[in-house]
Design a protein around this ligand. Sequence first.
Ligand code: ATP
Ligand code: MG
Length: 551
Amino acid sequence: GTHTRCDADTGIYTSNVDYSPETASCVYEYLLGSVDFDDQQEVLRECSGGRSISLGRLKLDAQRLGTGLVHKCKLKPGDTVLLYLYSSIDFAVALLASQFAGLRVALANPDYLPTELKHVYRLTKPKKVFVQSRYMHRLSKAAIGGQSVIITDGDVAGFGGVLSIKGLMTNEAAAKQAKLHVPADLSETAYLPFSSGTTGLPKAVEISHSNVINMVEIFRHTPTLFPKHEDGSEMQFRALNFLPFFHAYALILMLHYPIRTRGHTSIMRPFQPEAYCRLAADLNVNFLTLVPPVLTLLTKHPDATPEAFRSVKQAICGAAPLDFETQHAFTQKTGVPVQQAFGMTETTVGALGLPGDEPSGSVGCLYPATKARIRDVQSGKHLGPGQRGELLIQGPQVCKGYYGNPTATRDTFTEDGYLRTGDIAIVNPRTGEFSIVDRLKELIKYKGFQVAPAELEGVLVSHPAIAAAAVVGVYDKQQGTELPLAFVELKAGHAKDAKVAKDIDSFVRAKVSHHKYLRGGIRFLDKIPVSASGKILRKEIRKLLSAEVQS
Ligand code: ATP
Ligand code: MG
């Protein structure tokens, strides 16, 4: 293939792209080491309220707060702090301040329910939690309060002894003189982001300084990723971000990348299609970072026009499967080319996404410096192109393991140090592009035959009455096997009745082989539960099923 080489003896796929990374002593130095305190270039902007910050100010504020965390809070290198924050400038300041002080940063979703937050808190044992004042009550519900809380905004009065960023900031002169804490080794943990929790409780992933630096460098070495001028020089990266910084995707691409490359990110929250299309034009955005549900929505939205996206050169779409028809329809409608990308929290963010020669709806070739194998699920043998098996990944962006969970870490790495993605993939023998076929944990076994939910879901959503679908396996005692069962969300104007169900069943039978028929039945749901990044929340679906069994 074009960018992928496969060694026939070992079954190892490697990237052909040159990789000669720059490095630094830690994430902080890598990002801000060469920035002057009086550097005026704007790097982040909040669309609502219009607050913005320059690179120099970001560095100064990070050092003012970082010094406060050391001297006023008495935090020590290697201590953990937890960010319980939505995307904002304060998020960036708190993150970089903690990095300046040599702290590990755990990144939690502020939408977590008290039970999930307690899980995160117990696991990472943070010395301090950063939170916006208006979400303080969520911490209180998980019995977190007092001096262990730092609010990012507003006044601490009336909050029972909590601290504030404002109160902790030291004066500028002291901050400028302060000494950066450099970790003894680049393999020390910088971040503890959480996996999405699609298949179970979210896991804390140990991301090292080296992982972060390499991930940004890998993107910088990916020839097709970021817009270039006609002479080949790089354009300034200008993004409009609605994704949360606490997840790998936006954390690296929309926060670290622009800081390192003197790019710019505008933060919008929440996503709103009209505003998104208007802002993309107003802000001269040249790079769109999308997820499947948003891309799909834009494909049908009247405001998503070539005019709205006139400055946009490229879009990237990742986090969940996207079918080729929709990818193609988006480009047809908007004129914006789309690259799909595959990654996971465990790969800092990216592993695949370099487009091959022909657009095909795949997730592309390996990123620079990244290796892969395809392993047969049953025999454990390594498979060549054209055969489907579990995708294994190795590279300088692959995490150290799961924090506080050596068992999960052992189970997730092979003996020779490859990360088990838990995803089923197949490599195109001609182009070297990878396609993600399904997730291992979600494969349904019907009488020994494998049924991929994603495949059936793809067929289902092509039915004219169906808006969204989720397929799971339901165990049938009588037959002693799992049966594929579909939950479907109908488009407006379609009745949830037996006639429609019958029609859907016949539709599927006409398109898939015998063992994939929906023998478990078809259930109607008002809304298929999906995460913010467009992942079907199958554990929620399974909950519906087990509730049914019990009642
Ligand atoms: P958990 O591991 O906690 O159950 P999760 O795996 O969904 O949750 P993430 O690390 O956010 O958490 O997501 C990684 C997963 O997302 C991958 O393993 C893969 O299943 C899916 N994924 C990411 N990008 C793509 C893509 N382009 N196409 C298909 N699937 C993708
Ligand atoms: Mg996962």
